[in-house]
Design a protein around this ligand. Structure first.
Ligand code: URA
Length: 181
């Protein structure tokens, strides 16, 4: 368990050497958005642009996420964005289980500090990190023991590579508007 405030957590992330990913990272990527969000989006790991800017979803997938957030009708105060991993895996490979486990205390501490009403898991990696197993259906929300509504939808990068996913994603969002409206 990581104690202290948000600034302490950020410092801990910046000096983390728990796995080897920090060796190749230009910047750890911590969060963007509100510090008091209703909705928290959780992605997978920084890509090349995020590694350079230090800002989650600041590249191509970020454009898709912004479009999705526009479609949801959210304003900047409503949401925050974080990733399962804070450091970029080489060549954007999938995070390893061990990396997810090493980074998980940071993820859970961020969730605790941000204290959202709704968590939106962007794809399977976010789900596996959050629940330590797979248990969700796409677009079917559940409520945790802590009273947080959790929803799994497609990762924004899937909208780049599979354009047919855009309409499917809109359907998932439309079905769940009651969670944030
Ligand atoms: N993909 C992610 O999951 N996170 C980012 O920050 C960028 C791309």
């Amino acid at each position: 368990m990581i104690d202290g405030g948000f600034e302490h957590l950020e410092k801990e992330i910046r000096k983390c050497a728990n796995c080897s990913l920090h060796e190749g990272a230009t910047n750890p990527v911590i969060m963007k958005g509100s510090r008091d969000p209703n909705i928290l989006f959780i992605g997978e790991a920084p890509g090349k642009t995020e590694d350079m800017t230090g800002i989650p979803f600041s590249g191509r997938a970020g454009k898709k996420l912004d479009e999705m957030i526009g479609y949801m009708g959210l304003s900047p105060d409503d949401y925050a964005v974080i990733n399962v991993l804070k450091c970029r895996p080489p060549n954007n490979r999938k995070p390893r289980k061990s990396e997810i486990e090493q980074c998980k205390p940071f993820l859970m501490a961020q969730i605790r500090f941000l204290d959202p009403r709704v968590i939106i898991l962007l794809g399977n990696t976010a789900e596996e990190a959050f629940f330590s197993r797979k248990e969700m259906q796409w677009g079917v929300p559940l409520v945790t023991d802590e009273g947080i509504s959790v929803l799994k939808i497609f990762h924004p990068a899937a909208m780049i590579y599979q354009r047919s996913r855009i309409d499917e994603q809109k359907e998932l969002l439309d079905k769940n508007r009651h969670l944030w409206e």
